[in-house]
Design a protein around this ligand. Sequence first.
Ligand code: UGA
Length: 410
Amino acid sequence: MVTGTCFADMGNNVTFIELEEKKVEKINNAMPPIHEERLDELLRKNMERIKATVDYDALENADIIFICVGTPSMEDGSIDLSYIKNTAEKIGEKLKGKWKTVVVKSTVTPGTTEGIVVPILEKISGKKAGRDFGAAMNPEFLREGKAVKDFMNPDRIVLGVMEKKSEKMLRKIYEPFHAPIFITKPSTAEMIKYASNALLATKISFSNEIGNLCKIMGIDTYEVMKAVGMDHRISPHFLNAGAGFGGSCFPKDLRAIVSMAKKKGYEMELLNSVMNVNEKQPLRMINLLEKHIGKLKEKRVAVLGLAFKKGTDDIRDSRAIVVIQELLKREAYVSAYDPLAMENMKKMFGGIEYCSTINDAIKNADACLIMTDWDEFSSINFSIMKKPVVIDGRRVVKDKRGIIYEGICW
Ligand code: UGA
């Protein structure tokens, strides 16, 4: 949605091919099917250049085709390529007439574009990549919630190309974004995506590990990491300690790269540890909770924040899920609140109370856990709780007067 809408904003004609009729209808009515800052405004503005359809015939007029389908995790951590393969087959059937460049934008493990997508396109179309059509890999580095902003202001554009014609076409559509363009091979582009996410996740687990030690030693980890981040070789970003990383990308991408490495005979020790630290981190919230209120059986615990981060309704791999599972296992009553993500969480947990306000969630609660960095959690009146025990997993609470406050790493 973001890629297409932003390209339309740059003057390109964009057709979305989507299998779900409901989403197609929404897009054609200028309503984005996902929550993303500024997307509705941009979609409305560019509707004359945008259309959506379920019909793959629309590919026949395309110059560039972006594959943006999901690549979910499988049991062993490797990625499920079935959507990619199906899409490549459908595209292969339409590789007729003028030159078309097929670009993989989905996050795929190194080797997928050249080793899986191109052979399917060639087999189905009977044509030859590089001679009759183009193929490329162009990873995205967009943060959910800020994806439009990130797309419009990229640090770099990575293009993994196999021939000059596709490079030229892609350079042209990315020219208006005024970002450095990094040209490489498809497999290198695929690895750049994984390496970027793995390093960002490593920064977070590293900060959490330092934070856990700082907590034991009575040192403020935020002060420590602020000074650490002032070193230009490190940068101040992604050094916030807390309940760990969630979302649809970091956990899945780490699992995928570790699992791929294992299949190649290499054990990724550092990234395995990054995942281990992240899995244990939310459980520290439970330990701190028990330290203050003892056994959790039949205690009322409020969980504030269900989304994996602020600004989204996405709960995929959210740290709140791990915490709620643990609370339910210990037979606590859970009252939950999130400004956007409650509908999604309802599909996962039935046995908890979903509250429409923060006050409803914390009223008469024995303790409260803060799992997402929503701004509205910074100044809450906790006096309506049974016991004002607040365990903060995101360092958002500003006013600590009259409460028993405990930060996860501070
Ligand atoms: C991440 C990357 O930041 C994007 O560059 C990438 O394009 C995207 O994955 C993807 O692969 O598609 P996203 O998953 O939207 O983006 O979320 P982030 O803003 O990176 O946050 C991920 C998680 O890390 C959140 O749970 C957040 O709370 C946590 N986090 C982030 C920390 O715990 N500490 C930090 O300092 C930063």
